[in-house]
Design a protein around this ligand. Structure first.
Ligand SMILES: Cc1ncc(COP(=O)(O)O)c(C=O)c1O
Length: 416
């Protein structure tokens, strides 16, 4: 346990990953950034890579495409290495929402004689909305797993709602609000016992927690690249399809980037037999270039080392919050057991939104707010120091001690 600022500084001095912070654009005099679970920091190498990509466009014009066209799968394989996937199982394409839709439809078509989708009522909005939309379009029943909003989804919660009517179990690996982790292997085991497929949203897991999709029996998964993978705002998302399912599954958007020998422009749609069949149209090359750079530090260090630091930082945050913030009315909004938490810690407070605003306006700490009363703090291992955790909690304590937050009636801003 670290009980003083000098001890936190000593941790940083002994931290084997401390050198990675300089690979990112960081203003040491700026606010402490604990929002890398929403938008990861900018890697220092990204601007030059984008510049080079733009220059190549200017110089080589259409002649550059042969060097670009396979980026969705080459970058996908690099992401796959962080997910415990096999080469050829991950591609970069579209947005997370669109990929959720594509893979959910593919799974539902493969289980067309079943009519139930299991979901988590505490899941991120887009996951629930995609499920709702599909249920409305296809006359399906949505069945909510009885998860706890803070402690998360137990395997028994999944087992309670999965039976032989279930086509698809659609869940997140790490809950966006509480940070609660799901046991992927156990949930997949339950789903498979009943012949259902699993589709995971791993936006808050990829690059944050260790994953082993092959070992865990995951069927399908999607995730963002702009959070822990540092691909930048709106960077294209990834999708994963287990290799032995690829030839069997069909996605609903029959685009030419999924077509076998796409430049033959054949009469009918005849998709590639592999992960490329889940591509749609022309990929964003600037977006892919940025994702590629964003992965470098993660791949160099590997998830075990990153997780070793992340889990310590999250535990340190929880300890400091307990000591300094609980007496000021803050509650833990993440699982009580450390080994059920992901890469961020959530804290509840009745004035969470005014507190979030005060911290941002005073330039001390950047966290984000989620309805109804939660602040999320993500100490991303690549660029967060132990001393940042210490200082962030002290700044939050100071902001709370000053009081007056009840009087702040400023409505929630467009983006929180
Ligand atoms: C769990 C989860 N899924 C999906 C998304 C976003 O998907 P998209 O990139 O399509 O906006 C987010 C964004 O924060 C998320 O947290």
């Amino acid at each position: 346990m670290i009980t003083s600022r000098p001890e936190a500084q000593a941790e940083d001095e002994g931290d084997p990953l401390a050198r990675l912070r300089q690979r990112f654009v960081v203003d040491d005099d700026g606010p402490i950034y604990l929002d890398g679970n929403s938008l990861g920091r900018l890697p220092a190498a990204t601007a030059a890579r984008l510049q080079a990509t733009v220059e190549r466009w200017g110089r080589d014009l259409i002649g550059a495409w042969p060097g670009w066209i396979d980026l969705p799968t080459t970058v996908g394989d690099r992401i796959g290495a962080l997910l415990g996937a096999q080469p050829g199982e991950v591609a970069v394409s579209d947005s997370t929402t669109v990929n959720l839709y594509k893979l959910a439809v593919a799974a539902l078509d493969a289980r067309a004689n079943r009519s139930v989708v299991v979901y988590d009522p505490h899941d991120f909005a887009t996951v629930r909305y995609v499920a709702q939309g599909l249920a409305a379009q296809r006359g399906l029943t949505l069945r909510a797993a009885p998860s706890d909003p803070i402690e998360g989804l137990e395997t028994s919660d999944v087992a309670a709602v999965v039976d032989d009517e279930v086509a698809l179990v659609l869940l997140s690996g790490v809950n966006f609000r509480s940070g609660a982790r799901v046991d992927l292997a156990a949930a997949a085991g339950v789903a498979h016992t009943h012949g259902a497929l699993t589709l995971w949203d791993l936006s808050h897991a990829a690059g944050a927690v260790p994953l082993d999709l092959t070992h865990d029996g995951a069927d399908l998964a999607v995730g963002c690249t702009y959070k822990y993978l540092n691909g930048g705002p709106g960077a294209p998302a990834w999708l994963y399809v287990r290799s032995d399912l690829q030839a069997e599954l069909r996605q609903p958007i029959w685009g030419w980037f999924g077509q076998r020998d796409q430049f033959a422009m054949g009469e009918g749609y005849d998709p590639e037999p592999d992960v490329r069949r889940f591509l749609t149209g022309t990929p964003s090359i600037l977006g892919l270039a940025a994702v590629d750079v964003g992965l470098d530090a993660l791949i160099e260090v590997g998830m075990p080392a990153l997780w070793a630091k992340t889990s310590r930082l999250v535990a340190f945050l929880a300890e400091r919050a307990e000591v300094r913030l609980r007496p000021l009315g803050v509650s833990l909004a993440s699982p009580t057991e450390a080994d059920r938490r992901g890469g961020h810690l959530s804290l509840g407070h009745p004035q969470a939104w005014p507190l979030c605003r005060r911290l941002a306006q005073e330039g001390t700490v950047v966290v984000d707010y989620r309805n109804p009363n939660v602040l999320r703090l993500a100490p991303v291992a690549l660029y967060t120091r132990y001393v940042d955790v210490w200082d962030a909690i002290e700044a939050m304590a100071e902001a709370l001690q000053r009081g007056g937050l009840e009087g702040d009636t400023e409505p929630r801003s467009r983006v929180t």
